[in-house]
Design a protein around this ligand. Structure first.
Ligand code: GCW
Length: 674
């Protein structure tokens, strides 16, 4: 169909499985929502649209006929009549919090219905999306009893969208924000964006690039921002803005942006007040300061903490939140991966309570694979927001099929060993390990204004999976893939399994054909598209003697930023996992690997294996042709061909280059570089 892809995972196409359809038809005659609010109104619209689409008939928002049979009953604990809720113990609701919900069978006078119940209206909306997901996945409804609530408070998308419509590191067209026609023109796309986000529980969005234009704080832009905030509000989504630290100079005509200057403080206070007059539930500011040329407090001899606290104070008066990024590498020493920790760990406990420090998952920069950033665990008195990248800056742009849930899970499940075993990054982030009360996760968005939002049809899965994991980090990559496939592509069992296998294996293929064994930043300088290892010697350190970055005591000693247990494993070549080997160690080409191969042979093997993996994806995709829509089939098919071509390009460029440096030959069992 023409809109193939635009509807994302919210297609609600008529169910074709006859038995399933029959069961659902009998169970769902009508629905009824108690209470009224803008959020309940969008919940009702969604439920009606979903049910009518899936069941293929009109479904009335029944005035209760008095016969409570085969209904979908929806409402908050406060709004619903007692007859639906009295059977449910009150404690079942206490742990649901403001955003959680329960979906269960309720029986009144011997007649059974399904109830979606929450404490607050937003929980109802999330419950409705969950219910529709169950139907899309053909889940049995008899005896249903699910309860769910988010593990993390802020589940954010960060857009790196510029005001001129371009998107930094965006590969899906231009920005979806049409600043020119806002605030008057509200595009349907803004609404559908909010629906998609709410369907996975995303509740905060930073609209503009962290390399922030001061212009965003001009009044004309703020009225546009307010118009978007009004669209998102019923969906439980609050708007944040990235701000430029030098705004008081650029916009305010001051001669300084020094955070200790009274005029600067007053300027931010007044600006913040003006924002809250327009947007009473404004989320707050996101700041990239003293990083990659951006202005910041250090320009005036002040610290990150002083800069952040100045803005946090202005926001605090209105209940706002300040998110300060830890992505800094104006390398004091010779190893940039150490900088964020060196710069930030010492400020633990010095930030005001409404400040998040936002830290990328790894200590370098969104590489295909990095160990987790050692700041996680190292700031027990500071709320830390974990920043993932959904846009595939270093993972094949929007032309490679790479399912990122695998990467996200690897990070979330990494044990920091801070304060003992089991202190995973997930537990640091959700506050359960160190007791932070504010908690959050951010993902750098991969969407743009192309018809299907993400360009690669499987890019949608990364948006989806990010949202699902932000809500519940205990979900597995496999189950999330299956949800997404069933909702988006097909419910054919064999095809679902094939595509799941494709998705779950895809990440390792990319790591292998781009940066195996802990290598990183072999990509082209600037745009980061394709390989350019010959300009990346500072990262891989290859020469005739060997390859890898020594981060042990004989090198930069970055490994000391990790807990002692990890120092023993990462820092010890015999214990270091292969996947991080060359991240932490510099080794001779003939170093013998656990596989029995030499390091050089292992590199050849991995690059070869990565390409072979992409060819497996191509083969597997061919087998699901009958089960997915023809347009999507062709599109993915073509993209896989590009991916295969580029995987070969990566392998050949890297192996040719390393072979030259190492003065080695590629063993005959592996394909020779072209
Ligand atoms: O990965 C790098 C990107 C920059 C980006 C920066 C950051 C927004 O190449 O484009 O700038 O990270 O995260 O600040």
């Amino acid at each position: 169909t023409a809109d193939e892809g635009y509807r994302l995972w919210l297609k609600y196409d008529r169910i074709t499985d006859a038995a399933r359809m029959d069961a659902y038809q009998r169970r769902i005659e009508a629905f009824r929502i108690w209470g009224s609010s803008p959020t309940l109104a969008v919940a009702e619209t969604e439920l009606k649209r979903g049910l009518e689409g899936l069941l293929g008939r009109a479904v009335s928002a029944g005035n209760s006929t008095g016969i409570d049979s085969n209904m979908v009953i929806v409402g908050t604990l406060a709004d619903l009549p007692q007859r639906y809720t009295h059977q449910i113990p009150r404690y079942a609701f206490s742990h649901l919090g403001p955003e959680g919900y329960t979906i269960r069978e309720v029986t009144v006078g011997g007649r059974s219905s399904i109830a979606i119940i929450a404490n607050e209206d937003i929980g109802i909306l999330y419950g409705v999306f969950h219910f529709l997901r169950l139907l899309q996945m053909h889940v049995e409804l008899d005896g249903i009893d699910v309860s769910d609530a988010p593990k993390v408070q802020w589940r954010m998308l960060n857009h790196w969208d510029n005001l001129n419509g371009t998107v930094e590191r965006g590969y899906a067209g231009l920005s979806i924000w049409d600043w020119e026609t806002l605030p008057q023109t509200i595009q349907q796309r803004y609404v559908d964006y909010a629906r998609a986000n709410a369907s996975v529980g995303i509740n905060g969005v930073a609209l503009n690039n962290v390399n922030a234009s001061p212009e965003i704080l001009r009044e004309e832009y703020l009225s546009k921002v307010a118009a978007l905030a009004a669209v998102f509000r019923p969906y439980g989504i609050r708007v944040f803005l990235s701000v430029n630290f030098a705004s008081p100079k650029v916009l305010g005509g001051l001669d300084t942006a020094d955070p200790s200057d009274e005029r600067v403080r007053a300027w931010w206070q007044a600006k913040t007040e003006a924002i809250y007059r327009l947007i009473p539930d404004f989320g707050g500011f996101l700041v990239k300061a003293n990083s990659e040329g951006q202005p910041g407090p250090q320009d005036y001899g002040r610290t990150h903490a002083e800069g952040a606290n100045m803005l946090a104070r202005a926001l605090d008066a209105h209940g706002g939140t300040l998110i300060w990024r830890a992505f800094v590498y104006e390398a004091k020493g010779s190893d940039r991966v150490m900088d964020a920790y060196d710069e930030f760990a010492r400020f633990d406990g010095q930030f005001l309570p409404n400040v998040f420090v936002q830290t990328k998952n790894g200590p370098l920069d969104f590489q295909p694979r990095e160990p987790f950033a050692p700041l996680f665990g190292a700031m027990p008195n500071t709320p830390q927001m974990l920043e993932f990248q959904i846009t595939q800056e270093y993972l094949g742009f929007s032309t490679h099929l790479v399912y990122l849930a695998t990467l996200y899970k690897e990070v979330l499940e990494s044990d920091t060993y801070v304060g003992g075993k089991g202190a995973t990054v997930a537990k640091i982030i959700d506050g359960s390990q160190q007791g932070q009360r504010m908690t959050g996760v951010a993902g750098v968005a991969n969407i743009g204004n192309v018809g299907n939002w993400t360009y690669h049809p499987f890019g949608q899965a990364n948006w989806y999976a990010y949202g699902r994991l932000a809500w519940d980090h205990a979900l597995t990559a496999t189950e999330i893939a299956q949800e997404w496939i069933r909702m988006t592509l097909t419910t054919d069992e064999v095809a679902v399994n094939t595509i799941t296998e494709m998705m779950v294996s895809s990440y390792e293929h990319l790591v292998n054909y781009q940066t195996p064994l802990g290598l990183n930043v072999l990509s082209s300088v600037g745009h980061h598209y394709g390989p350019q290892p010959w300009r990346r010697a500072g990262f891989h350190r290859a020469d005739t003697a060997g390859i890898g970055f020594d981060r042990t005591g004989t090198g930069s000693n970055a490994v000391v930023q990790y807990s002692s247990v990890l120092q023993d494993s990462f820092g010890n070549v015999a214990n270091c996992p292969d996947k991080f080997l060359l991240w932490f160690h510099r080794l001779p080409w003939d170093y013998e690997m656990a596989s029995g191969r030499t390091l050089w042979e292992e590199l050849c093997f991995r690059y070869h294996d990565g390409v072979a993996g992409v060819r497996q994806l191509q083969e597997a995709w061919k087998t699901v042709r009958h089960a997915v829509c023809p347009e999507t089939f062709q599109r993915v098919n073509r993209l896989l061909a590009v991916q295969e071509d580029e995987a070969v390009w990566w392998r050949d460029a890297c192996l040719w280059y390393f072979a030259t440096v190492a003065q080695k030959d590629v063993p005959p069992q592996y394909e020779k570089p072209r």
